[in-house]
Design a protein around this ligand. Structure first.
Ligand SMILES: Cc1cc2nc3c(=O)[nH]c(=O)nc-3n(C[C@H](O)[C@H](O)[C@H](O)COP(=O)(O)OP(=O)(O)OC[C@H]3O[C@@H](n4cnc5c(N)ncnc54)[C@H](O)[C@@H]3O)c2cc1C
Length: 155
């Protein structure tokens, strides 16, 4: 299980929401959860739960690494500026608030490197490793980022 958010408020109006989902609510919105929703469930839909922090994380890293894998090898100045802006906004709006806080701190200390595709891929790999270490997971060898996310492994 991933890192849990510290409890910010003893008046926990998000009671009843499984712990794994609570990180997806901002501290502010935790106090405004409406548990009396009258939305009628459509029984023809598969009842798939909202993603928790881990599922969100896996999907998000997939998106981020694939964006690096399809980023131009030699991006224009505008593409570089756009990528920096994208990462900033991504951190700003990332739906797990405590992940977002740390990711934003990481970006302040380690500005995204966007000069080439390989540099961006390695920067993201390092950012991902920072989280891996925080969660007690092994580091990924960043020399292999392209094999994992772009070229595939040798036979
Ligand atoms: C920006 C961000 C911040 C996050 N912060 C937190 C947090 O603070 N607390 C928390 O509990 N969870 C956080 N997460 C989620 C966490 O990183 C994992 O996604 C989640 O725990 C699921 O882990 P996993 O073991 O399935 O693999 P993931 O870590 O999701 O990795 C998916 C796949 O990526 C590959 N991979 C692993 N490491 C690297 C790397 N360094 N470079 C390239 N590829 C790699 C592996 O093949 C792996 O199977 C964050 C996610 C994101 C996107």
């Amino acid at each position: 299980m991933g890192k849990k958010p510290e409890k910010k408020d003893t008046n926990d109006s998000a009671a009843g929401i499984p712990d794994a989902f609570k990180g997806l609510l901002s501290p502010k919105s935790e106090t405004s959860v409406d548990s009396s929703s009258s939305t009628k469930q459509n029984e023809s839909y598969a009842k798939i739960d909202p993603p928790d922090v881990e599922k969100l994380g896996r999907s998000s890293w997939t998106l981020l690494h694939l964006i690096a894998a399809t980023y131009p090898e030699t991006p224009s100045n505008k593409q570089q500026a756009d990528m920096k802006q994208f990462l900033k906004l991504f951190g700003n709006f990332y739906p797990c608030w405590f992940c977002a806080e740390d990711f934003e701190k990481y970006m302040t200390k380690n500005e995204p490197v966007t000069e080439t595709q390989d540099q961006l891929g390695r920067w993201l790999c390092d950012a991902h490793n920072e989280v891996n270490v925080k969660l007690g997971k092994p580091k990924f060898n960043c020399d292999l980022w392209k094999k994992r996310w772009k070229d595939g492994w040798d036979e």
